[in-house]
Design a protein around this ligand. Structure first.
Ligand code: GLN
Length: 294
C-alpha cells in the first residue's frame, strides 16, 4: 500500500505533504497526527522546522517521498513514532531510543520537574545523582543538563541499555559528568547520593498482555514488568534507599496510575519520609518524593 502514498507525496510542497500525511494518520486514528506528520517530514528532508515554515513549497524529492511513505506505512501498522525515527526529544534533549530500552514518555518529565522543585537552589551545587534503571539515560541526562555542577551515575541491568545511555550522554555533551554502569539496582554501588531518580518497571505481570500494542510490541519487558503486584522493583529500591541516600538526600520515583498509596506505604515501612506527589499532564499522580530522614 505504501507506494500509493509515495506517488501522492513525490514532488508536492512540504506543507502539502504534512497535510496529506496528517490526514492519513488521522484516518488511522492516530492522535497528534499533525505533529507526527511534521516530525516525519522534518526527519525525511533533514530540514529544520524554521526552514520549513519559511519555505512551505519546498518540493519533496522522490527519495524523500519513498522514505515518508515507508514511515507512514509503519506508523499505520502500529509502530510508535520514536521507534520509527530512532530518537525522541525529552526535556529538550535529543535521546536515541533502541529496541532494548523503554521509550521515555513525556509523563516522565514530571520526575524532572519534581526533582528540580525539590532541589531549589541546590541545583547549582556540586551534587551527586543516581538514576536507577537508566535505559536510554533520559532522566539522568535531563537532570545533568539542568544541574551544571552535578555528577551522575546511571545504572542498568541491560548491557545494551548501558551502551545506548553512554552514547546519549556523548550525543548531548554530558559524558564528562555521566557515568553509566551495568548492575542490579544499587547492588554494586558504594557512596551516597543527594538525589536518586528512577522510572522502575511497574506494570503488574498479569496486566502486561493487555497493554496497548504500541507498548507491548515495542517496549522491553524488563522495563515494564513490576511482578505480580507491580511493586517488586519499588520494594527492592526502597528497602535500600537509606543506605545510598545522603542524610539530606531524597528520591524521586515514577508511579504507575493508582500506585501512590502503595508506594508511600512501602516507603513508610522502610523508615523514609514521604514528601510531595506530582501529577502529570493527564492529572495522574506520576512522581513521588521520598526523603531520607537520617
Ligand atoms: N510508561 C510505561 C507504560 O506505558 C510503563 C513504564 C514502566 O513500567 N515504568 O505504561
Amino acid at each position: 500500500m505504501s507506494h500509493l502514498f509515495k506517488a501522492e507525496l513525490d514532488g508536492c510542497g512540504c506543507s502539502q505533504a504534512i497535510r496529506y500525511i496528517s490526514s492519513l494518520l488521522s484516518a488511522g486514528s492516530i492522535e497528534n497526527a499533525w505533529s507526527e506528520a511534521t516530525r516525519f517530514v522534518i526527519h525525511a528532508t533533514q530540514l529544520d522546522r524554521t526552514f520549513l515554515i519559511a519555505n512551505p513549497d519546498r518540493a519533496v524529492s522522490s527519495d524523500e517521498a519513498a522514505t515518508l511513505s515507508g514511515f507512514v506505512a509503519r506508523r499505520l501498522a502500529g509502530e510508535p513514532i520514536t521507534r520509527i525515527l530512532g530518537f525522541r526529544e525529552f526535556w529538550n534533549l535529543e535521546i536515541e531510543v533502541a529496541p532494548d530500552v523503554l521509550d521515555p514518555r513525556p509523563d516522565s518529565e514530571t520526575l524532572i520537574e519534581a526533582a528540580l522543585a525539590e532541589l531549589g537552589s541546590r541545583k547549582s551545587e556540586e551534587i551527586d545523582l543516581l538514576d536507577l534503571g537508566t535505559g536510554s539515560g533520559a532522566l539522568l541526562l535531563a537532570m545533568l543538563s539542568e544541574c551544571p555542577r552535578a555528577r551522575g551515575i546511571g545504572v542498568d541491568l541491560s548491557a545494551k541499555a548501558c551502551e545506548l545511555a553512554a552514547r546519549n550522554a556523548r550525543r548531548n555533551k554530558l559524558s564528562d559528568r555521566a557515568h553509566i554502569l551495568r548492575g542490579n539496582w544499587m547492588e554494586s554501588l558504594d557512596g551516597r547520593f543527594d538525589l536518586i531518580i528512577s522510572n522502575p518497571p511497574y506494570i503488574r505481570a498479569g496486566d502486561i498482555g493487555g497493554l496497548p500494542p504500541e507498548v507491548l510490541n515495542h517496549d522491553p519487558i524488563l522495563a515494564l514488568n513490576g511482578g505480580g503486584d507491580g511493586l517488586v522493583a519499588y520494594s527492592e529500591i526502597i528497602r535500600s534507599l537509606d543506605k545510598v541516600l545522603k542524610p539530606k538526600g531524597f528520591a524521586v520515583l515514577e508511579l504507575g496510575a493508582g500506585q501512590a498509596a502503595d508506594v508511600a506505604d512501602l516507603a513508610l515501612r522502610w523508615g523514609l519520609k514521604v514528601g510531595a506527589l506530582h501529577k502529570d499532564l493527564g492529572g495522574i499522580d506520576r512522581a513521588i518524593v521520598l526523603h531520607n530522614p537520617g
